[in-house]
Write a protein that binds this ligand. Structure first.
Ligand SMILES: Cc1cc2nc3c(=O)[nH]c(=O)nc-3n(C[C@H](O)[C@H](O)[C@H](O)COP(=O)(O)OP(=O)(O)OC[C@H]3O[C@@H](n4cnc5c(N)ncnc54)[C@H](O)[C@@H]3O)c2cc1C
Length: 430
């Protein structure tokens, strides 16, 4: 169970199968450090690890426990790249920066698997490729264009025919798609716990139960406050993503938190398990309200998709996912579904993550639009470089002021209306 989470989102397979982790008690008293990191998901843990390895003193403050947020709850799909295709990113950000952004995001899968190998993180990592499966000819053409662009840049992304897709997935409902061999899947919470252990081993000090309530910066230093202590540092990195809330405004208003939910079966019988995703892939389809699905290391089937705002809606979405899974793979039959959980994804207005300067010595990174396993890990390396005084122009991601999304207060109405219209278009197969 995810502690301190509402029941409809708490019954997580990843928490139930997590590796043991040491207690990380709250910060007590006043401490000093080079860099203070706020938030212990992939972004903050990757930044803390890379900074500690570079010899800085680092303190990480996490409101709950490392991996408590989206990082410990997600689908575990290592899906490289930004939402925008490489050519679009290069056109928008210019040849030099655009190319570096493409290299950073396209290399994010390799970074994840390299870190797992280097730090020997036990998280069922499978670098078997990330499959994107098209529901119709229009979305197939879009995927094929994306694949061509990556190949032109020497990335290992290949087209898959409808027949190949059927054999890799064990279902023939998709018309073809892509296999992105840079990606794959992991046990996300165990990856987060492994990053936390590696950061500590490198010298970072991690505190749980330490919600930061205030960030006060002067040009020379920054002090962050929790209910039981303060950390004074040369700089602060805010890595709170969809859980930023009111910590500093307008940061929280640069993203819209959207709930994504998952359900998982008990381990399937061997015969059924090998008829579904026989090579262990984790596909994402091209519906507007995507389905993503996979098995875990024990052969449980996991199905994920868009959630809802209230508990009733969340429970209905989880029931709909169970029904969708049975439709996709009727052989699942009347199996038990002991797990149902979810968390918040941070969406940005332009589907590009945000790297924002909040004050001269305070920077935040967030808004991975559901692609944070790779990208949040990669953004942690960008934050670490900034914290080691790399000039902003030399970072591989643009640093921009935090601009609130207009009418942010009314965001849930907007999300609700968009989701409803997308659901209709998906049902019509458009
Ligand atoms: C259900 C679900 C499925 C997903 N599936 C995938 C997937 O398959 N592949 C993929 O690439 N991405 C996926 N994502 C997105 C991915 O999980 C996120 O992009 C990524 O984990 C973001 O990492 P993060 O470190 O920025 O944020 P988080 O992991 O959310 O971490 C933020 C942390 O900050 C802490 N915090 C907040 N406020 C404070 C404070 N004031 N003081 C101290 N700490 C604070 C929170 O407790 C939290 O632990 C999914 C997300 C969800 C929710």
């Amino acid at each position: 169970m995810i502690q301190n989470e509402r029941p409809s989102l708490a019954d997580s397979l990843w928490s139930a199968t997590a590796n043991p982790a040491p207690p990380r008690p709250a910060l007590k008293g006043d401490v000093e450090t080079d860099t203070v990191v706020i938030g212990g998901g992939f972004t903050g843990l990757s930044a803390a690890l890379h900074l500690a390895e570079a010899g800085q003193s680092v303190i990480l403050l996490e409101a709950e426990t490392p991996g408590w947020g989206a990082s410990g709850r997600n689908g575990g799909q290592v899906n490289p790249g930004l939402k925008a295709n490489p050519a679009e990113t290069e056109a928008r950000f210019g040849a030099d920066l655009g190319r570096r952004m493409v290299a950073l995001s396209g290399g994010a899968g390799k970074l994840v698997f390299d870190l797992i190998r280097k730090h020997q993180i036990a998280c069922d990592a499978q670098n078997c490729g990330w499959i994107r499966s098209a529901t119709n000819a229009r979305t197939l053409a879009g995927l094929q264009a994306a694949g061509r662009q990556w190949r032109e840049r020497d990335h290992d992304v290949a087209d898959i025919s409808a027949a190949e897709m059927a054999s890799l997935l064990g279902t023939d409902v998709y018309v073809g798609g892509l296999i992105d061999r840079r990606g794959g899947n992991i046990h996300p919470l165990n990856y987060a716990l492994g990053l936390a252990a590696a950061a500590e081993k490198a010298g970072a000090r991690l505190y749980g139960d330490s919600r930061v309530t205030k960030v006060n910066g002067t040009p020379d230093q920054v002090t962050v406050t929790t209910s039981s202590g303060t950390a004074t540092a040369k700089r602060a990195l805010i890595c709170t993503n969809a859980y930023t809330g009111d910590l500093t405004q307008p940061l929280g208003q640069t993203v819209v938190p959207v709930t994504s939910v998952q359900v998982a079966t008990e381990p399937l019988s061997e015969n059924v398990a090998k008829s579904i995703l026989p090579e262990g892939h984790s596909p994402t389809d091209t519906r507007r309200l995507i389905f993503y699905f996979r098995k875990d290391a024990a052969g449980r089937f996991i199905m994920g998709g868009r959630g809802a705002l209230g508990d009733g809606g969340i429970l209905r979405r989880q029931a709909a996912l169970r029904a969708a899974a049975r439709k996709l793979y009727p052989q699942i039959g009347e199996v038990a579904w002991p797990f149902a959980w979810g968390g918040n994804v941070a969406m940005t207005r332009d589907h590009t993550p945000g790297l924002h300067r909040i004050a001269p010595n305070v920077v935040a990174a967030l808004g991975y639009n559901g692609r944070g396993v790779g990208m949040a890990t990669a953004m942690g390396t960008v934050l670490a470089k900034w914290a080691q005084s790399r000039p902003v122009a030399k970072l591989d991601f643009p640093m921009t002021p935090a601009r609130p999304i207009p009418f942010h207060r009314f965001r849930q109405i907007g999300v609700g209306a968009t989701v409803a219209s997308f659901r209709i278009l998906d049902r019509l197969g458009l």
